[in-house]
Design a protein around this ligand. Structure first.
Ligand code: HEC
Ligand code: HEC
Ligand code: HEC
Length: 114
């Protein structure tokens, strides 16, 4: 009886900790404004992407989960200008368009606003 109780308490603690960790991970803003240089800023619907693409690493294998990460890496020359745009954003949008799946924009002015 006692051991069952102990198991139950451990289970509750585990659920609690996992729950907090998941909430921490998801603290990201719903919409973000990315620096698009001279072509104009890019409004990025982060939450929409989290819902559409379950794999965080589709993007976060290229840059960390931090606000301003892309700009920082570009300034440190660890990412080239337009690298994220071409190899992450557009690569996925184009591939999905070709596959006839729900996708995002590929036209300059649909992402960049001045
Ligand atoms: C389609 C690409 C993409 C996917 C998928 C994605 N993210 Fe992000 N995430 C971004 C971009 C872009 C930024 C902003 C980086 C910057 O400001 O330079 C960002 C920033 C963040 C931040 C910091 C934002 C803030 O407001 O402080 C967190 C936390 C984060 N992401 C968590 C996640 C988690 C967790 C997942 C998976 C469930 C995920 N992201 C999936 C693109 C993505
Ligand atoms: C899916 C959204 C999207 C589309 C479509 C898009 N861009 Fe971008 N663009 C971005 C993002 C995000 C960045 C910032 C990250 C980077 O430099 O890779 C960027 C960066 C840039 C930069 C570099 C700015 C700098 O100072 O480093 C230029 C120039 C640019 N885009 C031009 C264009 C042109 C021209 C087109 C149309 C042919 C276009 N973009 C289409 C999202 C997009
Ligand atoms: C792995 C695939 C993938 C990557 C990477 C990706 N997107 Fe998307 N994007 C999507 C899908 C799927 C949708 C359509 C989601 C929906 O409508 O439910 C979308 C939609 C969008 C939209 C339109 C939102 C709307 O309200 O209609 C914008 C803007 C956008 N993406 C910008 C970006 C930018 C900027 C990046 C790079 C930082 C990026 N995406 C990276 C898959 C991706």
């Amino acid at each position: 009886m006692k051991s069952k109780m102990f198991f139950f308490i451990v289970l509750i603690i585990v659920f609690f900790v996992v729950g907090i960790a998941a909430a921490e991970q998801n603290k990201a803003a719903e919409n973000m404004n990315l620096d698009g240089g001279r072509r104009g800023a890019v409004n990025f619907p982060h939450k929409l992407h989290q819902a559409a693409i379950s794999d965080c690493n589709a993007c976060h294998s290229v840059f960390p989960k931090a606000a301003g990460a892309i700009k920082d890496l570009k300034e440190k020359k660890e990412l080239k200008s337009k690298q994220v745009m071409n190899k992450t954003c557009l690569k996925c949008h184009k591939a999905r368009k070709k596959a006839g799946e729900k996708t995002g924009p590929t036209k300059c002015s649909a992402c960049h606003v001045k």
